[in-house]
Design a protein around this ligand. Structure first.
Ligand code: MCN
Length: 783
């Protein structure tokens, strides 16, 4: 079917719906994931994990396990400590335990590693390791964690406070709140989520004692950064560490992080002189890898009677688990949460964000949101809807009244960001027209008379993506940029290499399209490579929807550098002046003589065989691109729900998503990103939550309890676009990878609350499971 609907490849630059180059590999099962790596003489590593959330380790008895045939070695924190590897830095500059020496700080934490000839022997042996614990009082609630008498989570800290940030003008905000006609306020809990990518995290480490080189295949979204961290902690020179991130089966932010298994597998390989493989099982992954969200939010909005929004005040407590695993969220106070003024011209805003350590796995990391953007967008979009309902105004009209108008861009927000471009009213109007907004409102009124429950929810979100600019963002002190190297071979075939690492986003296709757009080389002649620190130029990796804003821009700049040189070569071949050379669709000719041309391939050959005098041979360029600003994609989502009174089941009848990510490189890939993102947002709104009991025991911790949407539950998405190019991106593009996950949860919840508002319902926390709605209906005497 794809063959029929999509054109074949060719000279396809931006805007073409070409098939993904990587799909043949993925769809025929020929991808190479970390778990596919098999090396001769490879040993397997399995962790012993803590059953307690918080406990002193009194003794680890390894003798019985060690005597099992096939067991090669058992590594504990004590041994790692001697090697200086018991703790490693997190991306944020906090540190985390690789293996504990003193106490465990979350349930599922790695305690000791068994290395065996066979994975199953290693598992059996791990079960034979006896650990004596002394249970300690667990710290589960982040609010209680911040109380002065709380037990301490970390052995190396004297408080459970991770950070306290403030942003905005408190005085001015308090003043507008006093003067406002109306103030609405609401508590929200943005629940803890797990990333649930396809391949759990893992690594294969291979140390070559002769060359001293350590090669690591690893499920990482940021191979170069991990290599730098590894080099710093192990003191192995950076050029003797090679990190390869093959097809890693999704990342969604959860694979930016450095996990204990990476370090222990590398250590074991060096110690044993054998390759060592470690792959988490799904339930190990859900219990021990990084979590997202878990924000307790109190939001307030102040407005005039006519609906003009005057001020925004937000207080957040975020639960970061035992280690703060985030990447540096920017030099802005409150990090990217400060995008919370959203699409609205709000003059006064003040935000306070407090992070707490608790006895849970590291949290507060990216999960298809650039570090707190999702929670910020949810808060403002819920508050705006609540305000509309309190004022008895139409939520669409209220939004249209308060949007930043297009002529105000670049727009400086009250919390300090300079939005590059936007036209929020255009996107909302398009979505309203597509869904038939006013007819739906009429239908809702009619239905209500008949006692049927239907709701319409809007979310008009602004995303903030890109990371850099370098002066705003860093990871482990490395200021953020990204890279593209393009090398054209004598026959005109291209290999292009990047510092980013796709996990399913289609870079092999879209980067090739960017190069094809500028150089007129067919996309099938362009091979795109990422994820190998030995061959690719240094880059910061793929997250924060930054690949298009940074490495995509770098590809354009590299291609233009090549074009400049190619023009000189063409002038030499055509015996003309460079100023007279015209370049069009892969052909160079002298102005006025389009029939007598040299192709880019002719020029590539000449670059090696017949360069102009005084010119170096070769046709290649590398660019390290530092963007001047973030990009600010946006969108307008409208959701229609029908609620079953008998069961509380919410049915999403329609969902229209109008997105704006500036100029589009590949519309099919962008739609795929949006559909995937919407589905994740749907899972957030209606299905997914990680919960702990009062002792810090995870509820479930497998896909049996943590329900993610399948094709059966997922609604049909109706997609459309507006195009507001980024003025500072070389291609006018903005990132899009996270937009839909960021923007959609508020649309779903707004729809449900809109359906129930007349019954006195102001808010229901996600996930909106049927029983929660049913309970409300029952209370109101409707069910
Ligand atoms: N694109 C485009 N035109 C634009 C913008 C983007 O054609 N104007 C294309 C890009 O060329 C790229 C894709 O859309 O092929 C996504 O681009 P971009 O928005 O730059 O995002 P990244 O490539 O940096 O991907 C990161 C983003 C994030 S942060 C998460 S989380 C996420 C997401 O992408 N994780 C994903 N989408 C995912 N999709 C899959 N399949 N798997 C994941 O783990």
């Amino acid at each position: 079917a794809m063959e029929e609907t999509l054109p074949p490849m060719g000279v396809h630059g931006m805007g073409h719906k070409i098939r993904r180059k990587e799909d043949m590999r993925f769809l025929t099962g020929k991808g190479t994931y970390v778990d596919d790596i098999k090396l001769p003489n490879m040993a397997y590593l399995v962790f012993v994990r803590s059953p307690y959330a918080h406990a002193k380790i009194k003794k680890i008895n390894i003798e019985k396990a060690k005597s099992i045939p096939g067991v090669i070695d058992i590594i504990t924190g004590e041994e790692l400590e001697k090697a200086g590897l018991a703790w490693i830095p997190t991306l944020m500059g906090d540190k985390m335990m690789v293996l504990p020496t003193d106490k465990v700080v979350f349930q599922g934490q790695e305690i000791a590693a068994v290395i065996a000839e066979d994975k199953y022997v290693a598992m059996d042996a791990a079960n034979q390791i006896e650990v004596e614990y002394e249970p300690l009082e667990p710290v589960v609630d982040p609010k209680k964690a911040l109380e002065p008498n709380s037990p301490l989570v970390r052995p190396d800290k004297n408080s459970n406070l991770v950070f306290r940030w403030e942003a905005g003008n408190k005085e001015l905000t308090d003043k507008v709140f006093k003067e406002a006609d109306i103030v609405v306020s609401q508590d929200f809990y943005y629940q803890r989520l797990h990333v649930a990518y396809m391949e759990p995290v893992g690594s294969v480490a291979q140390y070559d004692p002769v060359s001293g080189k350590l090669t690591l295949w690893m499920t990482t979204q940021a191979p170069h950064v991990v290599r730098t961290v590894f080099s710093l902690v192990t003191k192995i020179p950076e050029n003797k560490i090679r990190i390869i991130s093959p097809d890693i089966g999704g990342g969604f932010g959860g694979k930016v992080y450095v996990y204990p298994g990476y370090v222990v597998s590398a250590y074991a390989s060096i110690k044993l002189g054998r390759p060592v493989k470690w792959i988490n099982t799904r339930s190990e992954d859900m219990k021990s890898t990084a979590f997202a969200r878990d924000f307790h939010i109190h939001g307030e909005l102040a407005a005039k009677k006519d609906g003009t929004i005057l001020g925004l005040r937000i207080k957040v407590i975020s639960d970061h688990g035992a280690f703060y695993g985030d990447a540096n969220p920017s030099k802005f106070p409150a990090g990217l949460f400060s995008i919370c003024t959203g699409a609205y011209d709000i003059k006064a805003a003040y935000v306070e964000v407090t992070g707490a350590y608790t006895n849970k796995p590291a949290g507060g990391i990216a999960y298809r949101c650039s570090f707190r953007v999702t929670e910020a967008v949810y808060t403002i979009e819920r508050l705006v809807d609540i305000l509309a309902h309190e004022l008895n105004m139409d939520p669409a009209e209220l939004r249209l009244k308060n949007f930043i108008p297009p002529e105000r861009f670049p727009y400086k927000s009250a919390l300090g960001w300079t939005y590059d471009s936007g036209n929020y009213a255009a996107a909302l109007k398009k979505a309203m027209e597509k869904i038939g907004y006013y007819e739906l409102r009429k239908e809702q009124e009619e239905k209500r008379k008949k006692g049927e429950i239907m709701g319409i929810g809007i979310s008009t979100f602004v995303e903030i993506v890109g990371a850099g600019p370098a002066d705003l963002f860093d990871i482990v002190g490395i200021k953020m940029f990204d890279s593209a190297e393009i090398r054209i071979h004598p026959t005109g075939k291209v290999i292009a290499r990047f510092g980013t690492r796709a996990q399913g986003q289609g870079h092999e296709t879209t980067y090739a399209q960017i190069i094809s757009e500028i150089l007129g080389i067919p996309v099938e002649d362009i091979i795109v490579e990422e994820g190998d620190t030995d061959t690719c130029p240094y880059g910061l990796g793929t997250y924060a929807s930054r690949s298009t804003p940074t490495a995509g821009a770098a590809a354009a700049v590299s291609a233009r550098k090549i074009l400049d040189k190619a023009k000189k070569i063409a002038a030499h071949l055509l015996e003309a002046r460079e100023e007279d050379i015209v370049f069009e669709k892969g052909k160079f000719y002298v102005k006025g003589y389009p029939d007598k041309y040299k192709t880019i391939q002719d020029v590539a050959l000449a670059a090696y065989t017949n360069p102009p005098p005084n010119m170096e041979a070769g046709l290649e360029a590398v660019t390290y691109y530092n963007p001047p600003n973030m990009t600010f994609p946006f969108g307008a989502y409208i959701c229609v729900v029908d609620i079953d009174k008998g069961t509380g089941q919410v049915k999403v009848r329609r969902f229209v998503a109008v997105d704006d990510c500036g100029n589009i490189i590949n519309p099919v890939i962008v739609d795929g990103q949006i559909m995937g993102g919407l589905t994740m947002g749907f899972g957030t709104a209606f299905m997914e939550e990680i919960k702990y009991d009062e002792n810090g025991n995870i509820y479930g911790g497998s896909f049996a309890e943590y329900l993610i949407p399948t094709a059966v539950e997922t609604p049909k998405w109706e997609l459309d676009k507006t195009v507001t190019p980024s003025p500072h991106h070389p291609l006018g593009a903005k990132g899009v990878g996270e937009s839909a996950t960021v923007g959609s949860p508020a649309a779903f919840v707004n729809a449900v609350v809109d359906a129930l508002w007349h019954l006195g319902v102001k808010h229901i926390d996600m996930p909106i499971w049927p029983w929660k709605v049913w309970k409300v209906l029952k209370e109101k005497g409707v069910a």
